[in-house]
Design a protein around this ligand. Sequence first.
Ligand SMILES: NC(=O)C1=CN([C@@H]2O[C@H](COP(=O)(O)OP(=O)(O)OC[C@H]3O[C@@H](n4cnc5c(N)ncnc54)[C@H](O)[C@@H]3O)[C@@H](O)[C@H]2O)[C@@H](O)CC1
Ligand SMILES: Nc1ncnc2c1ncn2[C@@H]1O[C@H](COP(=O)(O)OP(=O)(O)O)[C@@H](O)[C@H]1O
Ligand SMILES: [K+]
Length: 480
Amino acid sequence: MRTAHSAETVRAAERALMAELPEGALMQRAAAGLAAACADLLGRVYGSRIVLLVGSGDNGGDALYAGARLARRGAGATAVLLAPERTHEGGLAALRGAGGQVTTPADAGPALARADLVLDGIVGIGGKGGLRPEAAELAAAVRESDAVVVAVDLPSGIEADTGEVLGEAVRADATVTFGTYKPGLLIDPARSYAGAVRLVDIGLDLPAVPELEALQYADVAALLPEPGAESDKYRRGVVGIAAGSATYPGAAVLAVAGALRGGAGAVRYSGPAGDEVLARFPETLVHAGPPSAAGRVQAWVVGPGIGEDAARVADVLAQDVPVLVDADGLRLADPQVLRSRTAPTVLTPHAGEAAALLGVPREEVESARLASVRRLAAEFSATVLLKGSTTLVAPADGGPVRANPTGTSWLATAGSGDVLSGLSGALLAAGLSGVDAASVGAYLHGLAGRRAASGAPASAQDVAAAIPEVWRDVRGEAPA
Ligand SMILES: NC(=O)C1=CN([C@@H]2O[C@H](COP(=O)(O)OP(=O)(O)OC[C@H]3O[C@@H](n4cnc5c(N)ncnc54)[C@H](O)[C@@H]3O)[C@@H](O)[C@H]2O)[C@@H](O)CC1
Ligand SMILES: Nc1ncnc2c1ncn2[C@@H]1O[C@H](COP(=O)(O)OP(=O)(O)O)[C@@H](O)[C@H]1O
Ligand SMILES: [K+]
């Protein structure tokens, strides 16, 4: 599991550790890791030209000490000081001692134009609000340079705790972060400014429960359901799909397509698109009546393409089994009923649906995804999966939010959300908790999207068809 902690948590851990270490030792650990990462990226340090963007705090200090280490190995280093009178003293002395030069933002153009590598030490976890004008101009100037840009701790201008980007920010090719990931490094829009992120251990003792986490291959492999010798289709879990309408039969087909690949023992379909579902997937158990009359089901998916059929949504929500509500179902569900359910409920809105549920503009959800998903989970006492460029999953009980690391913008294709709802619903039926079903579903869905697309457009059906391959990959099994 990759874990991320807030700036406040990091500061508390730093204080505790600094009390036990000699003055400056922690910063030296950070600078050593940073310099090593830069050396890797440069390939050859001797003779390379590096520019350090140095703000007024310790983030600038890290850049200066790392620059001094690289200068001692033969790099030409120039520090651009944003606040010459408030620059980290020790760091500046070290850089000068190693033969580094100093300049001002106004005169930085020629050095930036020649640079092989730019180290962004404008601001780290001490940043507040958008970059101030001079820093913002420097961030914009870096974009014009051909140099490799390495952010110190995080790209200056992103909000460490939320992933918001308030105005101009440094666009990095790589970020070297200290002690732990910061939530903003895992959440869009900020994540897309960070490039490849490398974590440098500086010995912090961090709380076991992080603010944010991201599943990795091994975590997902451990959670995937696997039939045992005594399994039958009911023990593996039966997932019910209440989706589709005369107008949108395809949503039913796609949700069933996702569900059939999700590890449940059987898929029941309830709704008016039974013929279309059977034509494509004869293994589906199709029922014409209301969902509650469809027979035994361990979890329901309700909503994709259901049109205005509020009665079908209410019928599903009244059942005392886990329910995943998506698409039209989110609009038709009675909020009071959602809140009062005792079996697990999973809501899977995209930003527009989330905005409608919260009664705020869509842009507000998109710019503050972490706060929005937490608020939804609290307001509806449900696990909430917020779709988008970084899919986030918030548990109903306020625990750590999960950020999905596998997304791809190729998934932004009609019907791919229906596949996700079926897949996650099947995982719910197989016995995973709401948070695990939603986050494992998003993980596999993202990988399947990448696999199906491989650089060219893929349809939602292709995404569903790629799920078995990525399932095998995650479990480390070679294809038969
Ligand atoms: N505290 C520690 O022990 C360690 C800290 N480390 C580094 O120290 C950083 C935190 O240092 P600081 O607490 O000094 O804070 P920062 O250096 O992140 O930022 C604070 C400084 O930036 C300026 N600033 C704040 N918001 C700004 C904005 N919007 N635009 C322009 N300037 C802005 C402030 O005036 C202040 O001087 C970490 O991100 C990390 O890089 C590492 O060296 C590891 C050890
Ligand atoms: N820019 C993006 N980057 C990565 N994934 C995205 C992006 N935009 C959408 N997605 C994903 O694509 C899927 C689309 O789902 P949804 O919005 O419900 O569409 P539909 O209703 O057409 O199926 C979701 O899994 C979502 O997370
Ligand atoms: K920075």
